[in-house]
Write a protein that binds this ligand. Sequence first.
Ligand SMILES: *[C@@H]1O[C@H](CO)[C@@H](O)[C@H](O)[C@H]1NC(C)=O
Ligand SMILES: *[C@@H]1O[C@H](CO)[C@@H](O)[C@H](O)[C@H]1NC(C)=O
Ligand SMILES: *[C@@H]1O[C@H](CO)[C@@H](O)[C@H](O)[C@H]1NC(C)=O
Length: 310
Amino acid sequence: MAFPKLSHLLLSAALLLWPSASASSADEPPQEPLPLVIWHGMGDSCCNPLSMGAIKKMVEKKIPGIYVLSLKIGKTLIEDVENSFFLNVNHQVALVCEMLAKDPKLQQGYNAMGFSQGGQFLRAVAQRCPSPPMINLISVGGQQQGVYGLPRCPGVSSHICDWIRKTLNMGAYAKGIQERLVQAEYWHDPIKEDLYRNHSIFLADINQERGINETYRKSLMALKKFVMVKFLNDSVVDPVDSEWFGFYRSGQAKETIPLQDTDLYTQDRLGLKEMDKGGKLVFLATEGDHLQFSEQWFYTNLLPFLTAVQ
Ligand SMILES: *[C@@H]1O[C@H](CO)[C@@H](O)[C@H](O)[C@H]1NC(C)=O
Ligand SMILES: *[C@@H]1O[C@H](CO)[C@@H](O)[C@H](O)[C@H]1NC(C)=O
Ligand SMILES: *[C@@H]1O[C@H](CO)[C@@H](O)[C@H](O)[C@H]1NC(C)=O
């Protein structure tokens, strides 16, 4: 019979202790939120108020004081958009690595969030440039196994898109095209997989198709979480499975297989299997077309990866 009273007492004691407990931790320096680096998608720019600008605002609203760097590739917004089509991705990744290494606010580490092709580009940053350290990587509709088709281009650049589609179909793996067309650099032809393996200057390299670079493996595995968001009704990415690191089964372009059935995983060339077993891979799905999500969905599903304490 004394129990209810006792538990009452304990509860009040806990409540009384709470303020003093938090007061003592106030002596420690306040913990700065981890910065966030964003990389936009094809045909977009760092600062479009309807896309990356809005994301930056949303994050700043929910995490006061956070430093958000939305990457601009080039001197102007127009250059930034053009470079998303025409500047060699290997060069872009090197530029970004240099920017991050020079930014004093990022030296303790940062989270990264890539939209569409920005998702695979930031993975290349994680693999090639382990310092400063990337903590969580969030790929929002990124094509981690590339694309074999551009059924529809997002945004207003449909004439550029038609031209790109024609060029890719003509010869995505020709040297001149590889070096000049971003989308060719993550073009993945499952029927001529050999050609892709030998001649893709970007994706085949970061996916360890020509050999294993231990730095890539070690650096990717150093991530705390690698989050991949797939859009269930995506009409831009072919195949949509690429957003979860799956792809067409080699030799044909109808049947797709999940990451767990690919050689990349079973041979664990990139450490993905080990990461998966360790609970580091997070697969999220949402209804909607490419990059279509609500503010609420973003807060509920992605924000926790930006606020988590080390
Ligand atoms: C492996 O990747 C690192 C980081 O990009 C690079 O410095 C190194 O040259 C690569 N090694 C090989 C053998 O390609
Ligand atoms: C790809 O490279 C391998 C090894 O160098 C070679 O045997 C093969 O013929 C090449 N295939 C194509 C289609 O380039
Ligand atoms: C989106 O795709 C999912 C899974 O394929 C399907 O169940 C759903 O009906 C689709 N929604 C719309 C609006 O097309």
